[in-house]
Design a binder for this molecule. Structure first.
Ligand code: SF4
Length: 479
């Protein structure tokens, strides 16, 4: 999972792109980068958190009113400085892109770019391949003079991408002397929202993975970049848009379960509200299945599950308790590389509050159980602190299948539900009762309200139904 932004403004854009990277930090903590342009490209990128990468000095060198930024969470390719986005090429024009998602026909495209296109690749990043496919298409046609002509060329190039490039990709990009563009794959798997701001009678535009920075930067949300849509803002601030293809709209359901910040509104659905509904639906399922079992307290596995746990506790009429204290200065375990780091980090980051749990029947609400390590550690810690019984509910159904669209769930073997029954998982976690959300209840929680146009959310990691650009991923060679 990554975070991307693109801004067209009537004032220098670097400090706002930095603010945007900070507001999307939860989507990737491995690296960050910003590229802007005036007469030429200006870039600064590096490994680590935004605050480690950027300083007042290096931000002041990023000149220009148009730019893009990226928060890196590694999904494809090796990870080193070369993979840090945005990536850029000087032919034609000078193009840079930031990409959120994952390309599923990477090998095929590498072949095309390197052998047929005679282009050397510097990295194993799928974003670099995407950049070269785009650059090659933009290089094909003559020399567009007007913005209208350039938009037409861009439409042709992105249409070719929609045909050739399979997988999930939301993209923001800049072309020197031409402006800013944004597009989203035909299924709209990864989010991309848009906003506008009045700037002394002129309009500024923003495109970003989430609208989390809009309020602080004074942008009004204006909806989403639609699946299969291309939007272009020329150097003078004139906006062009076209939906180049229309397929089924399948945005990632895991954004609502885990990734997105609760204050985000994605695909016209509020993440916070959807999490409340997840907790509600889960509570109804609990009361149906275990009408006579009522825990003493409900504790969220902090902090993504807080919202669902609040609704769950309310519905079953039990006190909500922050019985696990989370150290806010330790990163999210899910996005830390390497199992060992994950295992050892739980105790550093979570501390049970003895007064809340000693001798009690405790209900833990978690957003999801992916590898199961964190859940198992939490249960072990609660037992160490003298709980009487541990009930465990997950707002997300069993995660059984890998994600090929940009989320780090590489193999079924690494997923606790990959090839184990709920009863086996209950034993591994060491809980007295384990209850998962049903898929239909999760979908209902996400799609119940909001003036949205979601057809069916992508939930391939839950139901194994991989649909990308009209093809099932099982038909592709993936592993
Ligand atoms: Fe999201 Fe799962 Fe689909 Fe990946 S497979 S895009 S995590 S819903």
């Amino acid at each position: 999972m990554c975070g991307i932004t693109g801004i067209y403004s009537h004032k220098p854009v670097a400090s706002e792109l930095y603010e945007s990277v900070v507001h999307l930090q939860h989507r990737g903590t491995d690296a960050a980068g910003i590229m802007t342009y005036d007469e030429r490209m200006h870039k600064h990128k590096g490994l680590g958190l935004a605050r480690d990468v950027f300083t007042q000095d290096n931000i002041s060198l990023l000149k220009g009113n148009i730019g893009i930024s990226h928060n890196r969470y590694p999904t494809h390719g090796e990870f080193g400085h070369g993979e840090v986005q945005p990536v850029w090429t000087s032919v034609p024009y000078g193009i840079a892109i930031a990409h959120n998602g994952q390309i599923t026909n990477y090998e095929e495209l590498v072949e095309e770019v390197t052998k047929k296109g005679k282009t050397y690749l510097n990295t194993t990043s799928d974003t670099e391949v995407l950049l070269h496919v785009l650059a090659k298409e933009l290089n094909k046609e003559g020399t567009p003079e007007t913005s209208e002509e350039f938009f037409k060329v861009l439409c042709d190039a992105v249409s070719t991408i929609f045909t050739k490039v399979k997988g999930a990709y939301s993209v923001t990009g800049i072309v020197i002397g031409k402006g800013l563009f944004a597009f989203r794959d035909p299924r709209g798997i990864r989010p991309l929202v848009k906003g506008e701001r009045d700037n002394n009678g002129k309009t500024d535009y923003i495109f970003a993975s989430e609208n989390t920075m809009f309020y602080s930067m004074g942008y009004e949300p204006t909806g989403n970049v639609l699946p299969g849509e291309l939007i272009y803002v020329d150097n003078d601030g004139k906006l062009f848009s076209k939906r180049l293809v229309k397929e089924e709209f399948n945005p990632c359901i895991f954004e609502y379960v885990y990734f997105a910040r609760p204050d985000a509104v994605l695909n016209d659905v509020g993440v916070y509200r959807s999490r409340l509904r997840m907790g509600q639906n889960l509570a109804y399922a609990w009361m149906k299945k275990y009408p006579h079992i009522k825990p003493d307290i409900v504790i969220p596995a902090p902090s993504t599950a807080n919202t669902s746990a609040l609704a769950f506790a309310h519905e079953i009429g039990v006190r909500y308790s922050e019985g696990l204290y989370k150290n806010p200065f330790v990163g999210r375990t899910f996005i830390m590389p390497g199992q060992e780091e994950r295992k050892s980090s739980v105790k550093h980051k979570l501390v049970p509050q003895e007064t809340e749990i000693l001798g009690k029947e405790v209900m833990i609400v978690d957003d999801s159980i992916v590898r199961g390590n964190t859940s198992r550690e939490i249960v072990r810690m609660l037992r160490d602190f003298g709980v009487k019984k541990v009930y465990f509910v997950s707002a997300c159904p069993p995660v059984k299948h890998p994600c090929y669209y940009g989320v780090d769930m590489p193999t079924s073997e690494e997923l606790i539900a990959g090839n184990k029954s709920v009863d086996d998982i209950k034993k591994i976690l060491g809980v007295d009762i384990l209850l998962y959300q049903e898929i239909d209840d999760l979908v209902e929680a996400v799609t119940r309200k909001g003036d949205h146009h979601i057809d069916t959310p992508c939930m391939a990691c839950l139901d194994g139904h991989y649909v990308v650009n009209g093809r099932k991923v099982h038909d592709l060679v993936m592993d």
